[in-house]
Ligand binder design. Structure first.
Ligand code: FA5
Length: 338
């Protein structure tokens, strides 16, 4: 056996030395150390030798294996260097060419606005809560004073998953989930994705809302207006015209919507703002006593305000974007501007 091993060793070393290219070196490796090589069969047959011969033969096989592996590695380095030299000589690598620039990623404009809005409310003392995107009908509607078959359900073009399960149409269900678990005083914001059967320049089927609500004793509409005015001043600056407009939501009474001067026509009226001069960014109001009853709060003792804003709409107004769909097309020429 010893002789056989020595013979394989010298043949292998010769083949490695003679290899002129990486593929021929690999052929030598397969031939002498591959799974089906004579050397490997010898290794496997060690167990068949008389027990007293095994240590010596085993040690020799191992030494030769290491020697061949080292020879293969060294030769590979030599061949790789030769390859590189050849390429340089043939002018394939022009070291004077400028390197490839590294393209930096940017934070998506919707994420930027969401983070900015959250930051403003966190500094005002609000804390963050979250709820599920796939929601029970109860939290999306019934708990918010919208009973089954009530016409106001039409305000939200709902995508149902099954009878009592849906994709939440707004972040307001988080109000009920938090109030069920906790007692006032509460000052909460709930950011998240919401879903509706909507699609045009200012409506997307998936968009983001930021809900906010505050419950305590003696909370007034003045507190709501003061909080939202401070938010609007911080997010848009002092120059943008905003207005509070009376509105209706089943879960707030009284209710108001906030509009911001249209980006496209600066209030003159155009296609984007449907000739009104304004774009609506949020709904708000004083929490309806029926909502407090649903979560077993005493409406005689507590009062509160709530609001829900559309993050995409705020981003459109801040950045002067006239079509909501641009935010989702992932066109780098658009995204790189933010
Ligand atoms: C609501 O969803 C209420 N839950 C808001 C609310 C919360 C009122 C708490 C009172 C108290 P509304 O359907 O108006 O309301 O939507 C709120 C905002 O989301 C709108 O002002 C608008 O800015 C934005 N929005 C609505 N639909 C879409 C849509 N399809 N795509 C993008 N933004 C939308």
């Amino acid at each position: 056996m010893q002789e056989k091993i020595k013979q394989i060793e010298s043949e292998a070393i010769q083949a490695i030395n003679n290899a002129q290219s990486l593929p021929s070196l690999d052929d030598a490796r397969v031939r002498f150390l591959g799974k089906n090589s004579e050397f490997m069969s010898l290794l496997k047959s060690l167990g068949d030798l008389p027990i007293e011969m095994r240590p010596q033969a085993g040690a020799l096989l191992n030494t030769v294996k290491t020697k061949l592996e080292n020879a293969l590695r060294d030769k590979k380095i030599v061949l790789l260097q030769q390859d590189q030299q050849k390429k340089i000589a043939a002018g394939k690598i022009d070291v004077t060419l400028p390197g490839k620039g590294i393209r930096r990623g940017k934070i998506h404009p919707i994420t930027q606005v969401m983070e900015e809005a959250k930051g403003i409310f966190l500094r005002l003392g609000f804390e963050i809560a979250e709820g599920p995107d796939i929601e029970l009908e109860y939290y999306n509607f019934d708990g918010l004073n919208i009973p089954p078959h009530h016409p106001s359900r039409d305000m939200w073009s709902t995508l149902f998953i099954k009878d009592d399960v849906l994709l939440r149409t707004h972040t307001s269900p988080v109000q009920i989930r938090v109030m069920e678990k906790r007692k006032p005083p509460l000052a909460i914001i709930a950011p998240g994705r919401v879903y509706r059967r909507d699609y045009d320049a200012t409506h997307s089927p998936v968009f983001h809302q930021l809900e906010g609500f505050l419950v305590d004793q003696h909370v007034t509409f003045g507190d709501l207006k003061g909080t939202l005015t401070e938010f609007l001043r911080q997010i848009f600056g002092k120059d943008k015209n905003v207005r509070f407009r009376p509105s209706f939501f089943p879960f707030t009474e009284p209710s108001a919507e906030v509009d911001v001067e249209c980006v496209m026509c600066s209030g003159k009226g155009c296609r984007l703002c449907k000739d009104t001069g304004w774009l609506e960014i949020l709904g708000s109001g004083m929490i309806d006593p029926n909502v407090f009853k649903a979560v077993s709060y005493d409406p005689e003792k507590y009062s509160g305000f709530a609001f829900g804003m559309g993050i995409e709409r705020i981003a459109m107004l801040k950045f002067g974007v006239d079509n909501i769909r641009l935010f989702y097309e992932n066109d780098l020429r658009f995204l790189e501007q933010f």
